[in-house]
Design a protein around this ligand. Sequence first.
Ligand code: IPM
Ligand code: MG
Length: 436
Amino acid sequence: MQSIGKQNVIIKISSSLNKKETFRRFIFISFYAIIINHSNITVRKEASMDYSQYIQNAQQHIAAILEKQFARIEKMKAETAFTDYSKLSTIKIGIVGGDGIGPFITAQAKRVLEYLLADEIKSGKVQLIDIEGLTIENRVACGKAIPDDVLAELKKCDVLLKGPTTTPQAGDPWPNIESANVAMRKELDLFANVRPVSIPDQGIDWVFFRENTEGAYALGNQGLTVNDDLCIDFTVTTYEGSYRIIKAAFDYARKTGRNKVTVVTKANVIKTTDGKFLAVAREVAKDYPEVEWDEWYIDIMTAKLIDEKRRRDFKVVVLPNLYGDIITDEAAEFQGGVGTAGSSNLGKRYSMFEAIHGSGTRMVKEGRAQYADPCSIIRAAGLMLEHIGYVDKAAKLFSALEICTQKEKRLVITGRDTGATSQQFADYIMETIQKI
Ligand code: IPM
Ligand code: MG
């Protein structure tokens, strides 16, 4: 409502005002106009913003989200135990190349697996199955993060070794479809993203348990563009989802004798969802009296990772999805970068093992794909061997990786023709295993 012009007073009435308020304002402005000697008073109804439709749309959007999340919670409640691989007559390992440098480095990891599992493959205890089609071109053509036929192939396997896949974002030449990684983690319910970082010389022995199906990622592609002015994303924390990842971290700390868990949140600010995660951690911790535990906020934890005096104190770290994504890249950097780290995505029925870096499409464009570092995906293959029960073979592979990348370094990967190719490096690793 405002007065305009010298002779006329125009009262703009917002359509959202009720009658009583409209009348009150009319009387007030009329007196004002009389006092300042204006005589022509016009009341004009102003076209005010009506948000009710936006609000209704948002309500429907949120109702649909809640329904899906409740269905998810029911599924989690009905979950059974982890697969016992020793009881399977054949362990089916799916090999998924992915995009960019993915097929190049995954082929090398496959060679290492064929070498280490030669007897098991011969006897039929282990089968390696190539799965094609998880490429950005095919995903875009199908308009799906994971095309249906590819998903069906994935589900025929017990464990998967996956090369990096391109994740489009707004503004990319690709349609902004959901990340294949994120979709696979959700589809196969791979809730525990376990990322170890180890630098024995510096006393660093960290194992991150990143929650993999909830947090900011759960609805990363289901945010709400309310209108041009307002966008909202959602973050999800469930009791079941928090319980199972925190329990996995404490079980691991107990089983491996590390006996120390750090729970990382930003619960002082993100009070509802991170608050819940922390409350569940406090509950779970009571069942593990022998496991020491502490709670940190993500900001100071990120800083303390570079504090040489303090960082050795961290052992097993459990944290919500997005914090886990960020901090595991930082942690991997101490070990030689994301190219050196591997990651396990564990669920009760399926598990997937992958490199933690991206698809390096620039290397392919520049004709350097054959020089890509295969160590991350080879390490992921080692994590897979360990997970399915071949602990000794995994141990050999990890020590060969340490010799080749940190101690001996007879060959180095530079990402260009100044260094070794992925294939030469995989040969170097296999030769080293032979000597162990
Ligand atoms: C990772 C990656 C993925 C993630 C991307 C590729 C979707 O950064 O595995 O950490 O954010 O989880
Ligand atoms: Mg990441």
